[in-house]
Structure formats: structure tokens, C-alpha cells
Design a protein around this ligand. Structure first.
Ligand SMILES: [Zn+2]
Length: 323
């Protein structure tokens, strides 16, 4: 196996171009080395006994001197148990973070020359999970909250889609004097106080100022420990986009993105993952270097516990609704 000559300084340098990416991660060993530096910046650490002494085995794993565990650098990460080489995972992460609209499962299958659509689909599913990350903080300061509807397709038993709509709650940080910070989005069952309060608790820190319209579903927020600022839009005389400018902007970006990448039609289970991907991209829109996004996603990927996920047959059909 050829070992890459170029050793990037993990966390300080990010690949800037595809050429640089290829030079850094040209073979499997280079990817393993990079992951090891990311996971164990101060050297090997056993996940079982926290021992710091160990040696590398010929198959790439580490043997712990303390408890004799055989440890793979991918253990406990989203790459755990995957038969896809790390080099292909790295390439997938590079493309998902470098394409403006991300990459579809079909596109990824072609790009990596994968034998099965299911493999590509599962990789994307895991990467979207990593986009959420384990330690993601909630929004703070002044936060606009509102709901919007998105069109979707639910598959019937005969594979025929039935039109339906999903309600999506949106929260966005409003920065002063102007501009916007991070977003959180989530599919909600309905516009009830129960659903909306649960969303605000998911999206924003207690004590934040939550700006909403006058809908009664938001009336209980002050009781839950938020500063609640309800804008009575009809009484103020301002149209909604003047009173709360962030939400319509996000809603239209989201719809355009879904339309561009996913033809606007998604199933409920996909939508949740797409909303996380949208937030990941939007929240890092000011990153000047795309390589930084690559690094952030990889960083999340090594601390995101692998989840067993059994996709439905319908969701594995490479149709325009399951891109
Ligand atoms: Zn150990």
C-alpha cells in the first residue's frame, strides 16, 4: 500500500481543492492516520479502559496494553462495521460538503462506483445523522419561530404516491444590528401548543427571546421560561415578512433546495434527515473554505454513535422521490 507523502496537520489545515484532497487522502492508510489523529490527538486511548499504551497490529487495529482489547479507529463512529473503504467515505464527505446542493444516493452510487444503491443510501443516511452532531447547542438570544407547510409524497401500498403536506417548524437567530445566525428545523405533527412548545424547547435555550406571530399555540412560552414576544401582525399593519424577516427567507431557501435536489417531493422519514442537512449547510454558510465543512462533518462522524437503521423497501427504490 502506498502511504501518502503529504501529512496534513489535523484541525489546522483543511483540504482546499480536489487535487489537494486527493494528495492527502489518496489511500486507505492516509485516511486511517487522519482519523487516528482526529480521535486520539494525544496518541492512542483505549475506549474500554482509557489506557494510553498500545501498539498497532498488522490489520490496522490497535492492541491495548492494559486490557488487551483490539481497537479499530472506526469503533464507535459512523464508519463502524461498514464494508465501504474509508477512502470512499472521505470522498463522499468531500462531495456532500462541496456541492452546493449536496449529493443524492444515486449520484453517490455512480461517483464511487458502488455495486448497490442501498449502500449509497445508507452512507448518506449516516452522514446526515453526523450532521446533527452530538453536542449541538441550542439557539440563543433573539429567535424567530414560525411554521410552514411543505408538500410531500407518502407512498401507498402499491407504490402510488398520495399527495400530503408536512408542517415544518423553523427557528432562526436574529443578530443585532442585522443579519441572521443559526437555524433549527423540525417536522411537527400540528400547530398545537404541545407541538410548538416542544419544538421551541428543542431549538432554543431557556431564557431566549422568542418572537412569534399571535397564534395561540405559542401563548404558553413565557410560562416555560422564555421571553415571549408575540407580534400581532394584523394589528401592526406590517405584512409578516416585515415583522419577522428571517422565517420567509429560510422557508423559501428550504423549498428551493428541496426542489433542486429532491424534486420537491419527499417522504416523512426522508424529510427529517433533509432538514438536518439543510441546517448543517445553512449554519456554515459563512465558512469561507469548503474544506472546513469537510473537516467539521468528519469531526462529527467520529463521535456519532452508529445507529442500526433498517430502511423500508419503498425508501430504497431509486425513484425521483428517494434521491
Ligand atoms: Zn484497554
Amino acid at each position: 500500500m502506498v502511504v501518502s507523502e503529504v501529512k496534513p496537520d489535523v484541525g489546522l489545515e483543511y483540504p482546499g481543492t480536489w487535487q489537494q484532497f486527493r494528495a492527502w487522502f489518496g489511500d486507505e492508510q492516509a485516511c486511517i492516520d487522519y482519523l487516528e489523529q482526529l480521535r486520539w490527538p494525544d496518541g492512542f486511548r483505549c475506549p474500554k479502559c482509557s489506557g494510553e499504551k498500545g501498539w498497532r497490529l498488522s490489520d490496522g487495529r490497535w492492541s491495548c496494553a492494559g486490557c488487551a482489547s483490539k481497537v479499530s479507529v472506526t469503533a464507535g463512529t459512523i464508519f463502524d462495521g461498514s464494508r465501504v473503504p474509508l477512502a470512499d467515505w472521505f470522498t463522499a464527505i468531500w462531495f456532500i460538503t462541496n456541492q452546493k446542493y449536496g449529493v443524492s444516493a444515486l449520484g453517490l452510487q455512480r461517483l464511487l462506483g458502488l455495486g448497490s444503491y442501498r449502500t449509497a443510501w445508507t452512507m448518506l443516511r449516516k452522514l446526515r445523522e453526523a450532521m446533527v452532531g452530538p453536542g449541538r447547542g441550542r439557539l440563543q438570544g433573539t429567535v424567530e419561530v414560525d411554521e410552514t407547510y411543505l408538500g410531500g409524497i407518502e407512498r401507498g401500498t402499491r407504490g402510488r404516491g398520495t399527495e400530503c403536506k408536512f408542517m415544518v417548524a423553523i427557528a432562526i437567530e436574529v443578530l443585532s444590528p442585522k443579519g441572521f445566525g443559526r437555524v433549527r428545523l423540525k417536522r411537527i405533527e400540528d400547530g398545537s401548543a404541545h407541538s410548538l412548545t416542544a419544538f421551541v424547547e428543542y431549538a432554543a435555550e431557556l431564557g431566549s427571546t422568542i418572537c412569534t406571530d399571535g397564534w395561540k399555540g405559542y401563548a404558553g412560552l413565557a410560562k416555560e421560561g422564555y421571553e415571549h414576544h408575540a407580534v400581532n401582525i394584523s394589528a401592526s399593519g406590517d405584512p409578516a415578512h416585515v415583522a419577522m424577516p428571517g422565517i420567509p427567507k429560510i422557508a423559501s431557501l428550504l423549498k428551493r433546495w428541496l426542489l433542486g435536489t429532491h424534486q420537491g417531493s419527499v417522504t416523512a422519514v426522508h424529510l427529517d434527515a433533509y432538514l438536518d442537512e439543510f441546517a448543517f449547510r445553512f449554519n456554515r454558510r459563512k465558512s469561507r473554505r469548503r474544506g472546513m465543512l469537510f473537516y467539521r462533518l468528519l469531526e462529527n462522524a467520529v463521535v456519532t454513535k452508529p445507529k442500526r437503521f433498517r430502511p423500508s423497501r419503498a425508501s430504497l427504490m431509486p425513484s425521483k422521490h428517494n434521491l
